[in-house]
Design a protein around this ligand. Structure first.
Ligand code: SF4
Ligand code: SF4
Length: 327
């Protein structure tokens, strides 16, 4: 038997899900498609090329209050209570969630991330060509990490349920059974050879004193957009915001980027990466060398967002291929 969701029933399906869960889906906001909390009346767009923001914000928001204090009392904000469903994520972005699970899980478990991630459901969707993407040149596993994958069959989706938990989401009046089988998801490939991560990382270990980084520093605006749109980048800053009375305030964490000039500024006014070429090298070194040593894979899933949204039109794909050649 196969499970089927008609495209015309997608809104009804999400509406039922949203009664029980917090549902993040690719939705239209003006001219762009972005991952956001789905609400009745929203149009979910499942045939998108790429979203401007990655789904990491469901588990690691751009800004969140860690604790509040008033008088002598300190409290944590209440958790939203409902489980999260990430609906309509591409399989390479699912791999980014696996990297975040590792980063926020070891060596110390991040309770803010894990309470959102625990009990969450992941519903993937197959996709067509993605501009600037190079996920097929990395060693990724596209067939795990999700509870269900939606297979596009024209006027309907076939639902391939991969986990026991996934069956909870198909007990929904809009999903019907019919005879037949599911097939493997379609994953478009770039046709280029896999990146030799060992050689890339060997060159990056040589440090920032190569003309490649000096030349890139002349083009890069050090704006940090590449980090903010990346589904994997997870650096954050923590600051205490105290009211004028000094009696109340909150501790907040927010996304940060190692591309920004003050990222490595420490007490005493010392900045240990004050030159732009050092920061650019560090960004690549972390993703393609230190992360590989720590987790066995780069902190990159080849989604191409950092290329699509870079105002200087810098192509990470070309840079890492040059590192590979030099390695
Ligand atoms: S988005 Fe582009 S210009 Fe901005 S910091 Fe990243 S590489 Fe540099
Ligand atoms: S392609 Fe760019 S945005 Fe996408 S995962 Fe890699 S570094 Fe991050």
């Amino acid at each position: 038997m196969a499970l089927v969701l008609a495209k015309e029933d997608l809104g009804g399906y999400l509406s039922r899900l949203a009664r029980e869960y917090v549902v993040y889906a690719p939705v239209k906001r003006g001219d762009i498609v972005t991952f956001d909390i789905w609400r009745d009346g929203d149009e979910a767009v499942l045939d998108y090329e790429t979203t401007n923001s990655a789904v990491k914000k469901a588990f690691f928001p751009a800004e969140e209050t860690l604790l509040e204090f008033k008088g002598g009392a300190v409290s944590e904000p209440e958790h939203m209570g409902k489980s999260i469903v990430v609906f309509g994520i591409h399989p390479y972005d699912v791999q980014a969630l696996k990297i975040l699970d590792h980063a926020f899980g070891k060596p110390v478990k991040d309770s803010y991330y894990s309470r959102r991630r625990r009990g969450s459901f992941i519903v993937a969707v197959e996709h067509g060509e993605i501009p600037n993407a190079f996920y097929s040149e990395l060693d990724l596993d596209f067939e795990s990490g999700y509870d269900i994958i939606l297979l596009d069959e024209g006027d309907h989706y076939l639902l391939d349920v991969k986990t026991k938990r996934g069956h909870k989401l198909v007990k929904n009046g809009n999903v019907r059974s019919r005879s037949g089988h599911v097939r493997k998801p379609k994953i478009p490939k770039s046709g280029k050879k896999k990146l030799n991560v060992k050689r890339t990382s060997a060159f990056l270990d040589g440090g920032p004193d190569d003309e490649l980084w000096e030349n890139l520093a002349k083009e890069c605006f050090a704006c940090g957009i590449c980090s903010y749109v990346c589904p994997v980048c997870h650096c954050f800053d923590v600051e205490d915001r105290v009211g004028l009375s000094g009696e109340e305030g909150e501790r907040v964490r927010c996304w940060d980027s190692c591309m920004l000039a003050d990222f490595a500024l420490v007490a005493g006014g010392v900045n240990f990466r004050d030159k732009r070429h050092m920061r650019i090298h560090n960004w690549y070194h972390h993703k393609f060398s230190r992360a590989v040593k720590e987790r066995g894979m780069p902190d990159c899933v080849g989604c191409g967002r950092c290329i699509t949204y870079c105002p200087a039109k810098i192509k990470i794909h070309d840079i890492i291929r040059r590192c590979e050649e030099k390695g």
